[in-house]
Design a protein around this ligand. Structure first.
Ligand SMILES: NC(=O)c1ccc[n+]([C@@H]2O[C@H](COP(=O)([O-])OP(=O)(O)OC[C@H]3O[C@@H](n4cnc5c(N)ncnc54)[C@H](OP(=O)(O)O)[C@@H]3O)[C@@H](O)[C@H]2O)c1
Length: 244
C-alpha cells in the first residue's frame, strides 16, 4: 500500500507495513467518531446484500487496523444482522494487532437498534456487547438481552439519541468510536452532526446496487475534507475530516 497524500518527498511512494498503516490511521487522544465504509465507484455499498464483494486485501488490512485502534465498534442492527457480526476478538488478526499495540485484545461491539432487535440467543448476545436503544423499545426484549449479559444503554425516548449514546459510551471510557455503518446509521449520525471522520475505501467496481452509502437525502450537504489518500491495486483508501 502506498501513500499518495499527503506526499512528503520520497515517502510518497513508500510501502506501508502494518506499523505504517497504524500510524496513518492513529488518532490523537480524546473523543472521536470515525466511520468506515467501502463503496463501489457508483456509491454501491453491497454486492448481493453484503459488503464482502467490494473487499480486497488492502481493505481488509485497513478494516483490521481501524478495529485495532478503536475503543468500541458502533454498528446498526441492519449491518450486524446482514454481515453476521461477532465479537471483535473472534478475529485473531485484530486481537493480535490490538495486543501488539498494548491494547485489550477485544473491544465492545455496540449495536444501535431502536427496537432492541438483537437476538438474545445470537452470537452477539455476550457480556462484551452493548445495545444502544431507546425507552420505546420493548421492555421484555431489553430485559432478555440484559439477562444474557448484554449492556443495555437507553439513550432517548422514542428514538436513539446519538449524541447521548456517544456520551454514554465515553462515560464508560469508550471515547474513540469506530462506526461501521450501515447507511441508516451513517445518515442519522451525519444528521445529528456527530461524525468527525469518514474513511471511505473506493473499490474499482461498478455495481448498481440499490444499497448506497446514505439511506436518503440529508437536510444539508456535508462537505468532508480529504486529509489522506492511500492506494493499493487500484483501490483508493481515503480519510476525510468532517467538520461538525
Ligand atoms: N459497504 C460497506 O462498507 C457497508 C457497511 C455497512 C453496511 N453495509 C450494508 O448495508 C446494509 C444494511 O443497511 P441498513 O441501512 O439497514 O443498515 P444499518 O444502519 O446498519 O441498520 C439499520 C437498522 O439499525 C438500527 N438503526 C440504525 N440507525 C439507527 C438510529 N439512528 N436509531 C435507531 N436505530 C437505528 C435500526 O434497527 P431496528 O430496526 O432494530 O430498530 C435500523 O432498522 C447491509 O446490506 C450491509 O451489508 C455495507
Amino acid at each position: 500500500m502506498r501513500r499518495l497524500l499527503p506526499g512528503v518527498g520520497g515517502e510518497g511512494t513508500a510501502d506501508l507495513d502494518d506499523t505504517g498503516l497504524v500510524e496513518a490511521y492513529r488518532l490523537p487522544p480524546g473523543r472521536s467518531l470515525r466511520v468506515d465504509f467501502v463503496t463501489a465507484l457508483d456509491g454501491s455499498v453491497t454486492v448481493g446484500g453484503r459488503s464482502g464483494g467490494l473487499g480486497s486485501p488492502g481493505d481488509r488490512r485497513v478494516f483490521r487496523t481501524l478495529r485495532a485502534l478503536a475503543d468500541v465498534v458502533l454498528v446498526g442492527h441492519g449491518t450486524a444482522a446482514a454481515e453476521g457480526y461477532r465479537p471483535v476478538d473472534a478475529d485473531p488478526s485484530v486481537a493480535g494487532l490490538r495486543t501488539v499495540l498494548d491494547r485489550p485484545a477485544s473491544a465492545p461491539v455496540a449495536v444501535v437498534s431502536r427496537r432492541a432487535s438483537l437476538a438474545p440467543d445470537g452470537r452477539l448476545a455476550v457480556p462484551s456487547t452493548l445495545l444502544v436503544t431507546c425507552a420505546a423499545a420493548d421492555p421484555d426484549r431489553r430485559a432478555a438481552l440484559a439477562a444474557a449479559g448484554v449492556g443495555v444503554l437507553v439513550c432517548g425516548d422514542d428514538d436513539v439519541d446519538l449524541p447521548a449514546a456517544l456520551d454514554a459510551l465515553a462515560e464508560r471510557g469508550l471515547e474513540q468510536v469506530l462506526c461501521e455503518g450501515g447507511p441508516a446509521l451513517l445518515s442519522a449520525a451525519l444528521a445529528a452532526g456527530v461524525v468527525d471522520e469518514l474513511d471511505l475505501t473506493l473499490a474499482p467496481a461498478l455495481v448498481g446496487s440499490p444499497d448506497r452509502l446514505l439511506a436518503g437525502a440529508l437536510a444539508d450537504v456535508v462537505r468532508p475534507r480529504l486529509v489522506q489518500l492511500l492506494e493499493e491495486d487500484g483501490v483508493l483508501f481515503t480519510r476525510y475530516a468532517v467538520d461538525r
